[in-house]
Ligand binder design. Sequence first.
Ligand code: AMP
Length: 283
Amino acid sequence: MEVFRNIRGVSEWVQEQKAEGRSIGFVPTMGALHRAHLELVRRAGAENDAVVCSIFVNPIQFNNPEDLRKYPRTLDADLAKLSGTGCSAVFCPGEKEMYPEKENKHYNFGHLDKVMEGKYRRGHFNGVAIAVDRLFRIVRPHRAYFGEKDYQQLQVIKAMTHMEGHPVEIVPCPTIRENDGLAMSSRNIRLSPRQREEAPRIYNALLDAKKAISEGKATSIDQVRDDAISFINTSPELRVEYFEIVDPESLLPVKNTRDAAGAVGCIAVYAGDVRLIDNLPFN
Ligand code: AMP
């Protein structure tokens, strides 16, 4: 497995691979890798001749400096995990390499980046889009793999890819969960034992909401939302930031329970200062 810290090294390597007729699968990450990341790498390996994984904690997508400071960084362990998972090359640039100058680009994603995560994390998706656009220009992959765990991010990346005309197929991959249902996340290692015990309430609330909708038991969207929020907030360890039931593509809120059958429930919850997100398609 090759490890590149600069743009030139990885670009030249990719060029050589392509010259030899190999297809390139790409998995962008912020490191602190867990089983869900490795699942993306495996899938990329099954569908492409070579896999590039990037590890870069992207400062411009953090709206909260404390969150950026506390974000786990485990590069040596990450490289060990990747080399055992069939990754061909890792790109782990420093901040100066990615952003030699201050980045001023501003994307217009319409309401896609104004709701949910976009509302509570101002500028977050603009920062994500800038980083992924830059990575696509460097790696020029045939396919790029993203988790449905970050559902809104996936929609924003699809929009950015279209806007920039990147010739890359965006491959959505299902959310990977712990046995008790908690969605895997690099932030989970920051949970206290008590918070970790309570965190599966998030997925259980999503399952209950889905059940209420699919069994036609819900009288209104507000009722489904209120039930989910109060179930989670009953735990003193957890505090819901938002729970929305949205159209899977436009991400606009669904207004009545009939339309909710094909919708996605999206949620953000604080456990202390650790922010967890999750979602569940209701179909
Ligand atoms: P991150 O390192 O958190 O930026 O995530 C890198 C990629 O892994 C993104 O495409 C995420 O959506 C994906 N990912 C993270 N956690 C999960 C999960 N539990 N299931 C599926 N994909 C995930």
